[in-house]
Design a binder for this molecule. Sequence first.
Ligand code: ADP
Ligand code: MG
Ligand code: ZN
Length: 499
Amino acid sequence: MADEPWGAKAPVVYDRLGFTVTEMEPVIGLEIHAQLKTKTKLFCSCPIEPGAEPNTNICEVCTGQPGALPRMNEKAIELAAMAGLALGSKVNSKSLFSRKNYFYPDLPNGFQTSQLDPPICQGGAMDVDTPSGPKTIRLNRIHLEDDAGKCVHDEKRGRTLVDLNRAGTPLIEIVTEPDLNSPAEAIEFLKKLHALLVRLGVTEGRMEEGEFRCDVNVSLRPKGSTELGVRGEIKNLNSFRFAGQAIEYEIKRQSALYAQGQSVLQETLHFDPAKRETRTLRTKEEAHDYRYFPQPDLPPVRVSEELLTRIRESMPASVEETNQKLLDLGLREDLVTLFMDRKGAPEYLQAAQAALPDFNDAKKLAAVMAEFLLPACQKADLPVSEAPVTPQKLAKLASLMDKGTIGRRAAQELFPLLFQTGADPEELAKEKGLIQISDKGALSAMAAEVVALHPQEVAKYRDGQEKVLSFLVGQLMRKSRGAADPKGAGQALIEAMKG
Ligand code: ADP
Ligand code: MG
Ligand code: ZN
């Protein structure tokens, strides 16, 4: 965090005469909008297709034609519930849609379909790392809602056009409690939440496309106080950096107001990344009265126990669980870190362990993966799950190496070929003459020849100069053109020198 300028300390506010110093503490709550990864919109079957020609993915429902009735997208319910399960929220078996009324040209219905009470998920929490240790950030709620269209400003001709392709796109809004106290903490939270939702497949999370964006609520209060100060709310930040900068700017703006003895107004603001400034959109006096009321065209959202079980079973293990599983397998910590960093590596290891009936040594499999498979995937820019060497073939290679049939040097030569062709390790090793000679008879015969050719070294060895053995092993390896098993070769030589 040290490189982030907004890892700022709490601001200090002096009274007007400069006598009383009050240390102020920032208080931050976030409202995060994540676009759900569904093929179609929330209440109609129009496809979701970023970059499509304006107004091509629209129908009577998502353009709010009179009499058109919404139909609920079940996948959106599942994804929202999945987010809730992953965040420890209570998933309500029954929740309701409301109409949130306001007028804007990109909102053809004249209302947003959202959830007021009860939302699909309530409560939950996520931990973030802070310089003083982990800290729990509580969640207030997660609710489902639809997105609006987009206004496109045509500066040249001084007009505004409306594109309704985005209207009706499913979103979840995740609302935190005001438990964050610095821009750095807020960024940490957003990054972790983003990574979690992307990993679960709840959202694609492309922030530059606005698929993950947030509103930040910021207030100040004297340090130690438990009451909340008046907040500013900055809308629609679509990068971690902008969120941090907006919070930082808002903290400074409010500190300056308090320092001048003025009060902070409850405001909704817009952040200008170029100027790094916030600008007022509306104050509380003009605040919207959304006149929420029940949406009569939609039945309650139902989430059964069976559905929850099915969702739980389909969810990938949490990062913590996977990490622990790898440690339990006895993997070294640096390998655990490596495997956690490489998407699909833990799953691949698990598959490799289950692939052969007579070889499932996790540590040896992990070593072969770390030495050969992971670097090859990285070089080829391939996800581990799409490696041409299947978990079964890797297990076979590891087992052959364990038996001494394929030596490490041979494996180095063999692996790139396996990776290219996806061939069977044993067959390819045979074809390329890379099978290691570990047959005792063959090794003894070669050892006898080496001993006969180097009487001086043999005499030295017998004299107690054991170092010469490695020279003799080297000679034997040369004779076998690198195919001999070095360990077996050493033993065969010792035997031969005894005779
Ligand atoms: P809305 O913004 O729609 O009125 P809420 O009042 O529920 O909704 O608050 C939205 C977000 O603002 C929540 O994340 C909440 O934690 C945060 N929040 C509310 N009051 C404050 C405050 N005084 N300071 C900082 N954050 C706040
Ligand atoms: Mg709000
Ligand atoms: Zn539609």
